[in-house]
Ligand binder design. Structure first.
Ligand code: XMP
Length: 183
């Protein structure tokens, strides 16, 4: 079977160049904020993998990097609402300034629960950064401190984002054809 996946995409939403431009802008904003502070970045796995690896290369400051694993989606495109922690934090954050980085803010359940987990560890401060934001889907009162793109209520894949663990390696962000997840 041919494993190429380009035909599964309805349309491209953000090109690699647009993503690159936005990641540079976010890095500039983050740098200004944390130039003189001890920073710990917490990347929410797995979707933020490509975003975090591009972002941290643009931050020429001393920082700690940790990961937290969460899972809220099964093999479908609707959040279950229940967040499972699949990988625990390994580094202490006491008195450090924490930036939680995720790929997408949808209902807000994931990010708000991760922020609660981090707050319980007594950091100096916790802020959030997301590449994509779907504000119309929010069920929890949370706004990202740093935001790449605001998007409408579309299910998107690529640049780390998956559908049923596929398409994370797409270098752009795309809307998936409905026929792919309805089949
Ligand atoms: P919540 O609803 O907790 O969702 O804010 C955050 C997590 O849900 C996943 N998510 C998506 N994944 N395309 C995806 O590939 C999407 O359009 C999408 N919307 C939400 C994602 O894992 C995120 O961390």
């Amino acid at each position: 079977m041919n494993q190429r996946f380009d035909d599964d995409m309805e349309r491209m939403l953000f090109t690699p160049e647009e993503i690159d431009h936005t990641v540079h802008r976010l890095a500039g904003e983050i740098l200004t904020q944390y130039l003189d502070k001890p920073l710990t970045i917490i990347s929410v796995l797995t979707g933020s993998l490509l975003f975090i690896s591009d972002l941290i290369r643009l931050l020429p400051i001393r920082l700690h990097l940790d990961f937290i694993g969460t899972s809220s989606y099964g093999d479908n495109t609707t959040s279950s609402g229940t967040i499972t922690i699949t990988r625990q934090l390994r580094l202490g954050v006491k008195e450090r300034h924490v930036l939680v980085v995720d790929d997408i803010l949808d209902t807000g359940q994931t990010l708000s629960q991760v922020v609660d987990i981090v707050r319980a560890l007594h950091p100096a401060d916790v802020k959030t950064c997301v590449l994509l934001d779907k504000p119309s889907r929010r069920t929890v009162d949370i706004k990202p401190d740093f935001r790449g793109f605001a998007i409408p209520d579309l299910f998107v894949v690529g640049y780390g984002l998956d559908y049923a663990e596929q398409y994370r390696n797409l270098p752009y962000i795309a809307v998936l054809k409905e026929s792919v997840y309805r089949s």
